[in-house]
Design a binder for this molecule. Structure first.
Ligand SMILES: Cc1ncc(COP(=O)(O)O)c(C=O)c1O
Length: 447
């Protein structure tokens, strides 16, 4: 039986709140001034400690201020090497490309070219659009419902046509059937659309897919990914794997698509790639490189040297420390702990994910149906997320109706930290269920 412990005072951040535009997400959801961090622990300016299960949206693969990364960055800053390097070869760039080639699946790496694109996912999506537009002469892209390829679907449609197709979603299947049947329907629908230009969708420059959808922590099966690869090959449409969040060990293998044994035409990379500093890159099969030499995709700040140094240190640590296997083991442990807890609360629906990319659907606690059939409850999810913060736990909501609590801790998180996080989650959930007025206040804020 978990008892509700006292909540800590929120380290409110009036200056940040007052001056922030309405646009940012985290400044509104994480109401504290986070002053220090060490791997999976963070302290706010009032000295309260937090377990960080968000890790900068998964970007901090090794957590805050990992000593291996910080040592390399500090050495670089005092080395006299140039800071901005345009896209010229520098020691930092060489080191990261070398580490990247060792991390990428050999079947892909042997023919791969790399384009450092800029800072964010949107830069890499823009690069992929330009690459495949030059290679195929086509303009549009296809992605899947629930996808996260750079801010929101609106940003994806910037600068070109974008079409969305159903993604296999288990018990919340777009076709209402789930299982293999739901997977097959999603594929048939796409196959038919690609096969006949008279259906209103011109053949796209590429299909973008996540092997595990980051926003809702929904994993596509290896079977579905293999068939998607076959269909895209049959229609001569390049297949792009967005591994910005899943890449470099998070899902228990170096890249999430590897389990399916497929070879994509391009891979989008970011987050762990820059070791916590902003960096996005596009890796692609060289046969598609029809870019006009030196003019097609300039990026003055594409590949900040600090991000390249931090990224190389991170990738080396992940490979040499066998971190993907660790993520697999600790992810199973986390899911096991969540499933045990789920039995004692009425608001946990499906618990899912791969490796250390785990999500829980928050569902309405009062309906008489089994949890996986209940309607999603984004308001309760948000109330739980905010209560977690008050109890010393940083996590985020995402996915359908923002009703999925997402766990994306550093891949170095310790089992004891997961235990502590589970205790804090327990207190937070019980405080929300015991005090429906907290939910109401979230509803009022959202209105
Ligand atoms: C798979 C994936 N692609 C793209 C993005 C967006 O990245 P950015 O914030 O750099 O635009 C995210 C963010 O979480 C993501 O998970």
């Amino acid at each position: 039986m978990i008892t509700v412990e006292n909540e800590r005072p929120a380290g409110a951040a009036p200056v940040v709140e007052d001056k922030a535009s309405n646009a940012p997400v985290y400044v509104r959801n994480l109401d504290a001034v986070f002053a220090r961090g060490l791997q999976s622990r963070v302290w706010d300016s009032a000295g309260n400690d937090y377990i960080d299960l968000l890790a900068d949206g998964g970007a901090l693969a090794l957590g805050h201020n990992h000593p291996d990364v910080m040592r390399r960055v500090a050495a670089f800053l005092s080395s006299g090497q140039i800071l901005p390097g345009l896209d010229t070869p520098t020691p930092a760039r060489r080191a990261l490309v070398e580490q990247l080639m060792r991390a990428l699946p050999p079947s892909f790496a042997q023919d791969a070219g790399i384009q450092f694109c800029g800072l964010t996912a949107s830069d890499a999506v823009e690069a992929v659009r330009r690459l495949f537009k030059a290679a195929t002469g086509r303009h549009s892209l296809i992605a899947f419902h629930g996808a996260c390829h750079g801010l929101r679907p609106g940003s994806l449609s910037h600068g070109g046509e974008m079409h969305f197709f159903p993604y296999p979603q288990g018990h919340r299947c777009s076709f209402g059937v789930g299982g293999y049947r739901g997977e097959d329907l999603a594929l048939t629908y796409l196959d038919n659309a690609l096969g006949d230009p008279r259906n209103g969708i011109a053949k796209p420059a590429a299909v973008l897919v996540e092997a595990v959808q980051a926003d809702g922590c929904i994993a596509a099966s290896a079977r579905w990914l293999r068939q998607l690869r076959e269909i895209t090959r049959k229609h001569e449409v390049p297949l792009v794997l967005d591994e910005m969040q899943t890449g470099f060990g998070r899902t228990g293998s170096m890249f999430a698509h590897e389990d399916a044994g497929i070879v994509p035409d391009a891979i989008l990379l970011s987050k762990a790639l820059g070791g916590g500093f902003p960096l996005a890159a596009l890796a692609y099969h060289k046969r598609f490189d029809k870019w006009a030499r030196g003019r097609a995709h300039p990026a003055v700040l594409g590949g900040s040297q600090i991000a390249l140094v931090a990224g190389a240190a991170t990738l080396e640590h992940i490979r040499e420390g066998n971190i993907p296997a660790r993520a697999q083991r600790l992810g199973s442990y986390l899911q096991e702990r969540l499933r045990t807890f789920a039995g004692s609360v009425p608001c946990f629906g499906e618990i899912r994910g791969k490796g250390l990319m785990v999500g829980i659907e928050i569902v309405g606690p009062t309906s008489s149906e089994p949890p996986e059939k209940r309607p999603l409850d984004g308001t309760l999810a948000k109330a739980i997320q905010q209560a977690c913060l008050r109890h010393g736990l940083i996590l985020e909501c995402g996915g359908p109706q923002a009703a999925v609590l997402r766990f994306l801790p550093a891949l170095t998180i310790a089992e004891s930290e997961i235990d502590l996080a589970m205790a804090r989650l327990g207190h937070a959930v019980l405080s929300c269920l015991a005090a429906p007025e907290q939910r109401r206040s979230v509803q009022e804020t959202q209105a």
